[in-house]
Design a protein around this ligand. Structure first.
Ligand code: GAL
Length: 693
């Protein structure tokens, strides 16, 4: 195969990483006349594309009828790839079960909450728990892996496509049965389940396991919140098992050195556990314009589609050197939903560079050519229907040239200034609890905006059952905005972090609930009280009818949005700021409590883009860019990647206008291999990458 292609399996967090900057594209041989294949592959190679992802929706090309396997189609295609030295990521086609299967076995289909089945005709219409579907999947995955696993053109495998995309809720009969089994394993007795779900409330007490079901249609969306929390955990477990089932089969047949991946990122999945236990590398599908609104309107939102960086932070936490399986290259749109503009000149490169800036060393564009038929006929690829050279292909080629100049930073680590703690229990509890959701979503967005606008990059760190103190102590400052759900184990881990010298920042409502989502009958912040040294005796939503609530922090104004915990300092706790208005004016709003070598800051509200920089500054966080560049965070996204003592600075302009900044040190502008310093300009949607000299 292509000898330039080498791979390595560096550590146990991530088993696979690229050893050079690699460009790919998604290709669908089944969409095109076979006469086009050779020309397509040749043009891809000419443009710098050395990897293609195929087959994720092509079940019927391999098993056109039950148990009739026909490998001739992909044999022809893969042999052509081999001739043209094109590397292939082959996919398991389980995202689209064929019509012969769904017609014969309705039980493989997913259902709406009211039981109506999702039918054949779109994609992702199956459920993970049907034993019948699992059998068919095992068969197609085994057959594909046995046949294509040894193929020399194949370098890796994608499992399914975007697990939990389109549908992230599952209500089929098979799911109902599996949910009951999941609960029986977890609680063992009905009594324990009744306790954990507080079923005595509104007479929900279960007297027989057969009465226990998935959340169903109830008046006023009044689903039991504790049940909903377990339902989210169940969905994550189901997705995990489905992925693991496929990964275990693939492992038996793939060539040594080939990798297993899947693409995401969607909810109701524990992506961290899935990656750790099933995959060698995680891939993200990056559609900045799709996820973050239509177009670029800096006067309405200075961050524009830079918001996509928030997702990249999340992906990096799953897998530090992730890949991009689908990088947006054209306008987005299905025929019946979603409309999006074409990337403006420069934006295609900008979006791809943002992925590289965060840690991706593999960029695969979606897709080579726009399909001329089907639901996605407006989801544009690099080439348009007419198959002619166009500005997008020219930009892909230009991106490739730039991308290659970045080879010294392949595998370099992203540099952050603080850690943002999260956990799946709290994320899923938000779905059952709109009070929780309103506070935590507000803070999550504002923390991102505040950090971006003040050039304070952060890593996201998910607390898992097996999280260790050494993962936490890599960050001198950790922000855990609103851990409403808190367990004894987690509280002990946080305490150990603080005692050894860490600074922990907590917001309102911390420590309110146990792991079932039940409120603790303890003074708040419950299990965290030892750490915060505060007592919450009164609390309220801020009222939209009243003025904005703020606190006085040594004469400056500290915004206290959304929800206010009125803090009472316990002995030994310092009050840093006091509420300046509201009926609790004069009470503590921000406190500091020392324990061991560290301290906990407790803010009695949600976090805002205004309050964040001051809090982080007080906690000792410094921008890693301070010595390197003078740039306005509103104008430019900065990131830093570091490897073997070498530092690489990315500057990304998401605005439709030229911007300027000043490099404080001598640097090498990698695209042009020349030394620069002092004032620089970036054109509209421009990017630059510098090595610090
Ligand atoms: C992704 C998906 C692709 C394609 C693309 C555009 O979610 O993986 O198959 O559908 O979006 O809609």
């Amino acid at each position: 195969m292509d000898t330039a292609f080498k791979k390595s399996f560096p550590n146990d967090k991530q088993q696979f990483s690229w050893d050079h900057m690699t460009m790919g594209v998604c290709y669908y041989p089944e969409h095109w006349d076979e006469n086009l294949w050779a020309d397509d592959l040749a043009r891809m190679k000419e443009s710098g594309i050395s990897v293609i992802r195929v087959a994720e929706f092509a079940w019927s090309k391999i098993e056109p009828a039950e148990n009739e396997f026909d490998f001739s189609f992909f044999d022809r295609f893969l042999n052509l790839c081999l001739e043209q030295k094109m590397n292939v990521i082959f996919s398991t086609p389980t995202a689209t079960p064929p019509a012969w299967l769904t017609e014969a076995h309705e039980e493989v289909l997913n259902a709406r909450m009211d039981g109506v089945l999702y039918r054949h005709g779109c994609r992702k219409h199956y459920n993970y728990n049907s034993p019948v579907y699992q059998d068919y999947c095992r068969k197609i995955v085994t057959q594909s892996a046995m046949h294509y696993g040894p193929h020399p053109a194949v370098i890796g495998w994608q499992i399914d496509n975007e697990l939990n995309c389109e549908l992230r809720d599952f209500y089929s009969e098979a799911d109902d049965t599996a949910f009951r089994a999941f609960l029986q394993e977890k609680y063992e007795t009905l009594n324990a389940l009744n306790q954990a779900w507080g079923t005595v409330f509104w007479n929900q007490t279960y007297t027989d396991w057969k009465e226990v079901h998935l959340p169903r249609l109830t008046p006023a969306q009044g689903v039991n919140p504790h049940m909903k929390l377990d339902y989210c955990r169940f969905l994550a477990e189901s997705t995990f098992r489905f992925c693991k089932m496929q990964a275990d089969i693939l492992r038996r047949y793939i060539k040594p050195g080939d990798f297993i991946t899947t693409n995401g990122m969607f909810s109701h999945i524990d992506n961290h556990r899935m990656t750790k236990e099933c995959l060698d590398i995680y891939m993200y599908d990056s559609y900045p314009n799709f996820a973050f609104g239509l177009g670029t309107q800096p006067d309405k939102d200075p961050l524009c589609d830079r918001w996509n960086s928030k997702n990249q932070n999340e992906v990096r936490s799953i897998c530090p050197h992730y890949g991009i399986m689908e990088q947006q290259s054209g306008a987005g749109g299905w025929t019946a939903r979603m409309e999006g503009p074409a990337p403006r000149p420069g934006q295609l490169t900008l979006w791809a560079m943002q992925s590289v800036a965060h840690g991706a060393d593999f960029i695969s564009f979606f897709r080579w050519r726009t399909c001329t038929f089907g639901t996605e006929l407006y989801w544009h690829g690099i080439l348009d229907y007419d198959n002619r050279e166009n500005r997008k292909l020219r930009e892909v080629k230009d991106f490739y040239t730039k991308f290659q100049t970045l080879s010294p930073l392949c595998n370099a680590d992203y540099v952050s200034s603080f850690g943002l703690l999260k956990d799946y229990d709290n994320i899923w509890d938000m779905e059952a609890d709109i009070w929780h959701e309103r506070i935590a979503s507000y803070s999550d967005n504002e923390i991102f905006a505040g950090a971006e606008l003040s050039n304070l990059p952060y890593d996201v760190l998910y607390l898992q059952k097996d999280s260790t103190l050494s993962e936490l102590t890599r960050y001198p400052v950790l922000l855990y905005p609103h851990p409403l759900i808190m367990s004894k184990e987690r509280a002990a881990l946080l305490r150990a972090y603080v005692e050894q010298g860490g600074t922990l920042i907590l917001g309102c409502r911390s420590g309110l609930k146990n792991t079932y989502g039940i409120c603790e009958m303890l003074p708040q912040p419950g299990l965290l009280q030892e750490l915060t040294g505060t007592d919450v005796r009164d609390f309220t939503y801020t009222s939209p009818a009243e003025e904005d609530i703020y606190a006085d922090w040594n004469g400056s104004r500290l915004s206290m949005p959304v929800f206010n915990d009125v803090l009472t300092p316990l002995p030994g706790t310092d009050v840093l700021a006091r509420y300046a208005n509201g009926y609790y004016a004069g009470e503590a709003a921000l406190t500091e409590h020392r324990m061991g070598k560290g301290r906990t800051l407790h803010l009695g509200s949600a976090f805002s883009r205004e309050s964040l920089p001051g809090l982080l500054h007080y906690a000792g966080v410094v921008s890693p860019f301070a010595e390197l560049i003078e740039a306005d965070g509103r104008d430019v996204e900065l990131t830093l990647r570091r490897k073997d003592g070498r530092s690489f600075l990315f500057a990304l302009n998401f605005r439709p206008a030229e911007i300027t900044f000043v490099l404080k040190k001598k640097m090498r502008f990698l695209y042009e291999n020349r030394e620069v310093s002092g004032g620089q300009t970036l054109p509209a949607f421009g990017t630059a990458v510098y090595e610090v000299l």
